[in-house]
Design a protein around this ligand. Structure first.
Ligand SMILES: [Fe+2]
Ligand SMILES: [Fe+2]
Length: 216
């Protein structure tokens, strides 16, 4: 980990800007993906939760865009249109249970964990901009976890166990795909003062926590 005072202000600013662009882009993608899911969601409860999430993510995008304009960051997308389409396609094709696992355990829970680890290192304006989004993400994760538990409870035990056992590999595949996007996230995180290995450990710990919650 670099001591933050040793990181040139310009390096911090540029890297935090890129992380903000990434977070905003992911939120917009989640908004679109969840909006597409509403019609095919299995019941009214799920449709309402997805619709609420679409509204939340839209608000996050607006908050982040406002903050990025003030922060003065380069807002060129870091995920290409082709990569965005690949991500949309991945979620589009998932059955409901797999959708819940990938969206809420992986993208929402692990993504939030990474962002939460950045908050204490961030400048006051960035920190403030993350308040509302990160608090809403907790709602989204809670929905995903409770909905997965509910769905799994209806399955025969063997099927439930097989599904639970498959989740870590699903998370690994998505994580590999994320790294395959070619963003140098390790560098970006280090440049805002994070200890990247410690951050990866925190993410793995969060993964185990959510897996335990789903399996409990
Ligand atoms: Fe969000
Ligand atoms: Fe979210």
């Amino acid at each position: 980990m670099k001591t933050q005072s040793l990181i040139p202000a310009e390096t911090y600013h540029e890297s935090m800007g890129q992380l903000l662009v990434l977070y905003t882009q992911v939120d917009r993608l989640i908004m679109e993906i969840c909006a597409e899911r509403i019609a095919s969601a299995p019941d009214e409860d799920a449709r309402l939760s997805l619709a609420k999430q679409v509204g939340d993510e839209s608000r996050h995008v607006a908050i982040q865009r406002r903050w990025m304009a003030q922060f003065g960051t380069d807002t060129t997308p870091v995920i290409s249109p082709e990569q965005e389409e690949m991500i949309r396609q991945h979620f589009r094709e998932l059955p409901w249970l797999e959708f819940l696992a990938d969206m809420y355990l992986c993208v929402e829970a692990l993504g939030s964990e990474a962002v939460e680890n950045i908050v204490p290192l961030a400048d006051p304006g960035t920190r403030e901009s993350l308040n509302v989004p990160l608090s809403d993400e907790q709602d989204h994760i809670a929905f995903g976890v409770s909905r997965l538990r509910q769905e799994l409870a209806t399955l025969p035990i063997a099927q439930r166990e097989t599904f639970l056992a498959s989740i870590p590999a699903r998370i690994d595949r998505l994580t590999d795909a994320f790294h395959g996007l070619g963003l140098d996230v390790a560098h970006l995180f280090e440049n805002v003062g994070a200890d990247y290995l410690a951050l990866c450990d925190a993410v793995l710990q969060r993964r185990d926590e959510v897996l335990n919650q789903v399996a409990a």
